[in-house]
Write a protein that binds this ligand. Structure first.
Ligand SMILES: CC(C)(COP(=O)(O)OP(=O)(O)OC[C@H]1O[C@@H](n2cnc3c(N)ncnc32)[C@H](O)[C@@H]1OP(=O)(O)O)[C@@H](O)C(=O)NCCC(=O)NCCS
Length: 158
């Protein structure tokens, strides 16, 4: 009997985010965070010159959004502002692929550091960032609410 092939990160392509993607992006955003960004935040990022947002889509259907990354390039730093993948596609390398894109852009642009903030309790994202070479440089206590601490992590190109 033939079984359905499980998608791998090679089955996805990355392209710039557009306003037409935002209803799908918002579905993933709401499914991913306790404090999701409002749609207006993504709209603002799309018109901010220092900001760049990419979506990941299925190779065979480039209108179907399954993940995204939003970053700022400010001075000689890149700030990772948002990263999420659709719950149904997690664990297949897509989050790592989006992060790799960001780090290769950081190398290309010769920035001195990539910075991000992650909830201390977010073990999955922390494992991803740590395995990519990020180190924690600061803890912001009660940043998201009582006992909801944030960690600031950095990655320095070598
Ligand atoms: C964090 C997130 C983007 C990872 O996306 P993903 O598509 O599942 O990522 P990948 O399949 O590429 O996995 C990358 C790494 O994440 C970690 N990871 C993934 N799933 C995990 C799980 N269930 N438990 C622990 N670590 C896990 C592992 O380190 C994994 O690397 P490995 O496969 O070599 O072990 C995704 O879980 C997500 O969208 N979470 C909600 C939003 C969020 O927390 N964003 C980050 C905000 S800072």
């Amino acid at each position: 009997m033939k079984t359905a092939k499980r998608a791998s990160s090679a089955d996805f392509v990355l392209r710039p985010m557009t306003r037409d993607d935002l209803s799908q992006v918002m579905r993933i955003e709401r499914a991913s965070f306790d404090h999701p960004w409002p749609r207006s935040s993504f709209e603002q990022e799309l018109v901010t010159p220092i900001s760049r947002s990419l979506v990941a889509c299925r190779r065979e259907d480039r209108a179907r959004v399954v993940g995204y990354v939003v970053r700022w390039h400010v001075a000689d730093e890149i700030h990772l502002l948002n990263l999420a993948t659709a719950p149904s596609t997690r664990g297949r390398g897509l989050g790592r692929r989006l992060l790799r894109w960001l780090l290769s852009e950081a190398r290309r642009r010769r920035v001195s550091v990539v910075l991000l903030e992650v909830a201390e309790a977010n073990a999955t994202a922390r494992a991803l960032y740590e395995s990519a070479g990020f180190t924690i440089v600061r803890k912001r206590r009660d940043y998201y609410g009582p006992r909801e601490h944030a960690l600031v992590a950095q990655w320095v190109p070598t």
